[in-house]
Design a protein around this ligand. Structure first.
Ligand SMILES: [Mg+2]
Length: 450
């Protein structure tokens, strides 16, 4: 319906008294504001279940009652992907059908409160799928990329870091060099621990597994810490001072060790030290802040404002590193970024392979519109991902660029997506556990956070 048609309908409705004068005036105002475009209503909500890169990527599709107007959103909780699907299909779908697709914050608040029990990873990811799809729809309606809807760019592209890893220190150094040769100014470095299962680098070198009182993967924090310090020393010697080095502890050490480690790495001037504490131990950041200048990044496991608000407001961390879909999507994360700006805390949104290209586009959209952007984690899109998600963000010289096409600028080839079902290319315990993670224990059998 064109603008004139809508005006006529509004006038007729007002005359026919089924719409009050006040309502008619409000509708007319809306019609003017959206240049006569009628408000789209949500007609269907679906979940695309695909794993073109090996990791399970649930992506929500919201379809409106206007022909050809739909949008996609990232709902990627890869370790429990099968649970996100019914959260969308059985709960959000009936709740949303018939609702306007152009009231994003209102719809977000409604979804968030509709379960009463909230701030869990499954429900937040489901909400994010819808939230990001609604932003996509609004961008398609406006014929603008989402970053334009948010006010436009404050920078041209997002400076990214790549993952340099290896079982041996020399391998990590070589991997870092190859990123630097491709133009990256930031590199995350992770090395294996001999005979153990380290994070981000697999088992260290060719060493046989250390002796343990169990048969599973082993990890000892003290060994890892000594190894990581040697890695940073080698990196500074081989790579120089110019490159920004990052490192992810992945919450694998005790808070006391975290405090000592954060002090010991100060000499290597990391860009940031990530997840040196687990979410359960965040109160320890006060002590870490008092004892060291090593910049702290935290938050990829966060679900709730109760977790990030105190860390930001007390300036206890330097980078907020939330997994955007885990926090409920673009809507809460742009508010989080705005809050962080006031406290000079910068953003470093979680961006590994278990974020869909739609989610990466949401990340880079926030990166280019938020003044307090810090750095973006980058994970390459393999050929299959690029075929299924047409219009992935483009990487050039270590910078990631958002699309100029409307919405997220990504079209999902749904037929091709169906050819890579959940479980595709999974092996070992990940396959046995339906995409979930196994367990890692200390030598004596105590489970560790991972
Ligand atoms: Mg991490």
């Amino acid at each position: 319906m064109n603008r004139r048609g809508l005006m006529k309908l509004v006038a007729a409705a007002a005359a026919g008294s089924w719409m009050t004068k006040r309502e008619a005036a409000a509708q007319e105002q809306v019609a003017r504001a959206v240049r006569g475009l009628p408000s789209p209503k949500i007609k269907d909500v679906q979940v695309i279940q695909t794993a073109p890169g090996g990791l399970r990527l649930p992506v929500v599709k919201v379809i409106t009652d206007q022909p050809g107007l739909y949008g996609y959103g990232c709902a990627c909780f890869t370790q429990r992907a099968d649970l996100v699907v019914p959260a969308v299909e059985k709960y959000l779908r009936p709740f949303l059908i018939g609702k306007p697709a152009d009231r994003i914050d209102d719809t977000w608040q409604a979804m968030y409160n509709s379960s009463y029990w909230r701030n869990g990873p499954v429900l937040n990811n489901a909400i994010s799928g819808v939230d990001q799809a609604l932003w996509d729809i609004k961008g398609r309606q406006a014929n603008m990329p989402v970053y334009q809807l948010l006010g436009g760019k404050v920078r041209e592209a997002a400076d990214c870091y790549g993952h340099a890893s290896g079982g041996e220190i020399a391998q990590v150094v070589e991997s870092a060099k190859s990123y630097m040769a491709r133009g990256f100014r930031h590199v995350r470095v992770q090395v294996g621990v001999p005979g153990m299962d380290g994070y981000g680098a697999g088992r260290g070198g060719t060493a046989t597994a250390v002796k343990a009182l169990h048969k599973g993967p082993v990890f000892e924090p003290a060994y890892y810490i000594r190894r990581a310090l040697k890695l940073f020393e080698a990196c500074r010697k081989e790579l120089g001072d110019e490159v920004e080095l990052l490192h992810d502890v992945h919450e694998r050490v005790h808070p006391t060790q975290a405090l000592q480690f954060a002090k010991d790495v100060e000499q290597f001037k990391l860009f940031f030290l990530e997840d040196v504490l687990s979410p359960e131990d965040i109160a320890w950041y006060r002590l870490i802040r008092q004892h060291t200048t090593t910049p702290q990044a935290m938050g990829e496991l966060f679900n709730s404002p109760h977790e990030w608000s105190p860390l930001i407001a007390e300036r206890l961390i330097d980078y907020i590193r939330v997994h955007v879909s885990q926090a409920g999507g673009l809507t809460p994360c742009r508010k989080m970024a705005a809050m962080a700006e006031h406290f000079a805390v910068r953003t470093a949104w979680h961006g590994p392979g278990d974020v869909s290209p739609i989610g990466h586009m949401a990340n880079v959209t926030l990166d280019v519109v938020c003044y307090n952007f810090g750095v973006q984690e980058y994970s390459p899109f393999n050929e299959r991902l690029q075929e299924v998600f047409k219009g992935c963000p483009v990487m050039k010289d270590g910078y990631l660029y958002p699309n100029e096409a409307p919405g997220w600028g990504i079209e999902v080839d749904e037929k091709l997506a169906a050819k890579y079902p959940f479980g595709d290319n999974e092996r070992g315990s990940r396959k046995d556990l339906n995409g979930g993670w196994g367990e890692v224990r200390k030598r004596d059998g105590q489970i560790i956070k991972q």
